[in-house]
Design a protein around this ligand. Structure first.
Ligand code: ATP
Length: 428
């Protein structure tokens, strides 16, 4: 007999005598009957063990919570049972016993603090509402991936151990690479651009990005998942259009697949396009109007982004960032050299994506390196790709965990990373 998932019992897809397997979430013992709440990744079912049923193979009272068991029995629809599904057990087999007590309860209504939860992440992830975050993230990513494939992007995989820092900054993890010094890559930026020179018209990558930023905030991880695209013969406007459509596709996928699983998802509006846009200069005006002062050329603080974000319902772009706060590869605006053809996608006060048209002229690129205090010689492998025919191009990088966090209205980015890496956490 084939095994059924618990959701199949509820939907009526499996009926009669069934076989299911999963974890023992709870056991309730009454005089004449025992109830086992059995959980698999699709839900919970009540397993009813009548004391009069005799030789089931095991004594339910001796099974520890969170042990893995399989049950064979009759599936009956039961509107009284909390789970809506009842299995009258004929046979129970304990596949693997859990130790007791559990270091972290799986069903406790009072949530433990995040550090205890992350220390015991394997148990924390068994909680359905936590597990659903990652199913939602997967659906979100699938919607974005499907969209990009439809737009003829090629999925690529670039190295994560590199010799040169993408942005030259100090936020780098050094690693020993045999007799050489190497770094964990901060972003696939340089490699995506090289691929544009190699004749890939459109590329995307979903992979880890490493930032040795010392600050410990609820929106930063030291290793996060970056969704990156780069497109040839395109500018920042093309990249923004691609981004808003990719985000919409991701949200659509998440909503349609998860509606019944994550309550919060039903509250997410499918955004209408195009997303509103506001220039950096206009943001400064907004700040001045609210008595916050900011000089042109500086980045916004979280408090300032909150004031700006208050003017928007949800997603919006901040465009035309000053060249002082954008990396060397960002294209300078032809009419006004103080600004760049760049954008950030924001949701209220949170940045989700940075993007831009990129510099494609190698002479300008070398100048930009020097302006940023970087030595072009350290980037020869990258510059070479610009010297032998590089098309104009544009792209963006989106933080997957941050987007999931925003969409599910979670307060800490650690909630959307299976095994977060932060300033103090390297285990599990
Ligand atoms: P922030 O200003 O929020 O620190 P950033 O300007 O350094 O971000 P970019 O380098 O432009 O970010 O990266 C693009 C996107 O990648 C960000 O919009 C964000 O979604 C994500 N991202 C960047 N750094 C982190 C991080 N440390 N943890 C999680 N996500 C990040």
């Amino acid at each position: 007999m084939e095994y059924s998932y618990i959701s199949d019992l509820r939907s009526g897809k499996s009926s009669g005598t069934v076989k299911v397997r999963g974890w023992v979430q709870d056991i309730r013992r009454l005089k004449n009957v025992d109830f086992i709440i059995l959980r698999d990744h699709t839900g919970t079912a009540q397993v009813t063990v009548k004391k009069s049923s005799g030789s089931l193979g095991v004594d339910p009272g001796a099974i520890n919570r969170e042990s893995v068991i399989e049950v064979e029995g009759e599936n009956v629809q039961n509107s009284i049972s909390k789970t809506g599904t009842e299995i009258l057990a004929n046979r129970i087999n304990v596949i693997n016993t859990s130790m007791a007590p559990l270091p972290l309860p799986v069903t406790d209504p009072v949530e433990a603090d995040i550090e205890t939860r992350l220390n015991n992440r394997f148990l924390d992830l068994r909680k359905p509402h936590i597990h659903h975050i990652f199913e939602a993230e997967s659906e979100l990513m699938w919607g974005i991936r499907k969209f990009l494939h439809g737009e003829k992007f090629v999925e690529v995989h670039t190295p994560k151990v590199v010799a040169a820092a993408t942005e030259g900054g100090a936020d780098l993890f050094g690693v020993k690479y045999f007799e050489m010094e190497a770094y964990l890559n901060q972003s696939p930026q340089l490699y995506k651009e090289i691929l544009i020179s190699s004749g890939f018209n459109r590329v995307f990558e979903v992979g880890p990005a490493f930032r040795a930023e010392k600050h410990n905030t609820v929106r930063h991880l030291n290793e996060f998942t970056s969704v990156d695209i780069e497109m040839a013969f395109s500018d920042h406007n093309d990249a923004m259009s691609m981004l808003e459509r990719a985000v919409k596709s991701g949200i659509g996928s998440m909503k349609s697949a998860m509606d019944d699983r994550v309550e919060l998802i039903s509250k997410i509006e499918t955004p209408s396009l195009p997303f509103p846009r506001i220039t950096y200069r206009k943001c400064i005006d907004v700040l001045h109007d609210s008595n916050e002062d900011l000089e042109f050329g500086l980045d916004f603080t979280p408090e300032q982004l909150k004031i700006i974000g208050d003017g928007f319902e949800g997603f919006y772009f901040i465009t035309e960032w000053p060249s002082t706060v954008r990396p060397f590869y960002t294209m300078i605006n032809q009419q006004d050299e103080s600004i760049t053809n760049s954008f950030d996608l924001q949701y209220k006060d949170k940045e989700i994506t940075s993007g831009a048209q990129r510099v494609h002229d190698p002479v300008l690129l070398e100048k930009r390196f020097r302006n940023k205090g970087l030595n072009p010689k350290d980037f020869e492998f990258y510059l070479n790709a610009f010297r032998f025919g590089m098309p104009p191009h544009a792209g963006w990088g989106l933080g997957l965990e941050r987007l999931t966090m925003i969409l599910l209205d979670l307060k800490n980015i650690r909630e959307t990373s299976l095994f977060p890496r932060d300033r103090t956490r390297l285990v599990p």
